[in-house]
Design a protein around this ligand. Structure first.
Ligand code: FDA
Length: 320
């Protein structure tokens, strides 16, 4: 079933993802918390590092995201920076052998969690991101800057450009549902660039974003071809079998080996498929979120796929 963006409940769920009232109600429920573990291995660093060790043993690469977004005070950004510094120290203790190709350890950061939307926030987010990038470089880990809603895209790309002067392998994410993204892919597919292409998870107006699944899929395929034919390292973030098959065939067409691009999926989604692709020699990176602030992330997963929502509702009913 292909229901992304045509899921009738998607707008309501994405609106709920931004509602503090619903967040308070759901976050207090122990039941919800136990269901969240399908998508978020835990709130604590120990829990995420347990998951990371298992994924690495399965032959996967990982990207860990400390959950949090849209903060209202600079102190919250400091908490996020400290969480990443502690996580990167835990990465160092893994003592993985250095590899020539894809670094197996990555972190994903959200600039809104580093202060981007506060007054004077671009500068604050840049300063905070630099601290994290320096620690990541010392830990031998990559950094990827997540994409948030379209009002942040210009600012995010400007900050990433600035970070790349000092840390050239900093990556970012482009969202195929935005009209602008094909042009962004062309601009950002030069030598040394790393771009994660996803469909896009936010509620966006028709002026800036394709609304139907078919249009979004078609845009994804156009963007993917641009990235595969470019000089950079494409990261194909999708659970969609059609996008994954296209990635594999465009890679062959562009003369890329299995080390010259990667497939990325979220923790807890199509896990058997992730393992199967690893068996085929494909580089697969699992995106693993952790932390207390799981609400927005969890609601976006429910909005993506009715089956996720049904699983959630069934579990609620079944466990009452
Ligand atoms: P989509 O949801 O369109 O589903 C297409 C098909 O995939 C389905 O019909 C089904 O066949 C299969 N499928 C999907 N989910 C499945 C499941 N649970 N079980 C079985 N089959 C399933 N977004 C954003 O805006 N900014 C960001 O920075 C990121 N970062 C990011 C990183 C990574 C690693 C991933 C995988 C995704 C993101 N996203 C994101 C989220 C992304 O934009 C998008 O919302 C989701 O990946 C869902 O889109 P898909 O391409 O997976 O397919």
């Amino acid at each position: 079933m292909s229901l992304t963006l045509t899921n009738p409940l998607r707008p309501a769920l994405l609106a709920a993802a931004r509602s503090e009232r619903i967040e308070r109600t759901l976050s207090r429920s122990r039941l919800t918390r136990s269901l969240v573990t399908r998508f978020v291995p835990g709130a604590a660093e120990d829990a995420v590092m347990d998951a990371v060790r298992k994924l690495l043993a399965d032959g996967r690469a990982i990207s860990v995201d400390y959950l949090g977004e849209d903060i209202s005070e600079a102190a919250e950004a400091e908490t996020t920076v400290n969480a990443y510094l502690s996580l990167l120290a835990a990465y160092r203790r893994l003592e993985l052998p250095a590899t020539n190709g894809a670094r197996r350890l990555e972190i994903s950061i959200k600039l809104s969690a580093l202060g981007q939307s506060l007054p004077g926030g671009e500068e604050l987010a840049l300063v905070n991101a630099r601290i994290i990038c320096q620690a990541a470089a010392e830990a031998g880990a990559w950094v990827n800057v997540d994409a948030e809603d379209h009002t942040t895209t210009d600012s995010t790309l400007a900050i990433v450009r600035e970070l790349r002067r000092e840390f050239p392998d900093v990556a970012t994410v482009l969202q195929a549902y935005l009209h602008r993204t094909e042009a962004d892919c062309a601009e950002l597919s030069g030598t040394g660039s790393r771009i994660r292409l996803c469909k896009g998870a936010y509620s966006e107006p028709a002026e800036v974003a394709f609304q139907g699944k078919d249009e979004v899929d078609a845009s994804y395929l156009r963007c993917l071809r641009v990235l595969m034919q470019g000089e950079g390292y494409p990261m194909v973030a999708s659970h969609d079998p059609q996008m994954i098959a296209a990635a594999q065939s465009y890679a062959v067409e562009a003369g890329r080996g299995t080390d010259d691009y990667e497939i990325q999926m979220l923790f807890g989604i199509r896990d058997a498929e992730q393992t199967r692709l690893v068996g085929e020699g494909v580089t697969v990176r699992t995106y693993v979120p952790f932390g207390d602030d799981w609400y927005g992330y969890f609601m976006r997963r429910l909005a993506e796929r009715p089956a996720n929502l049904i699983f959630f509702l069934r579990s609620l009913v079944g466990r009452k």
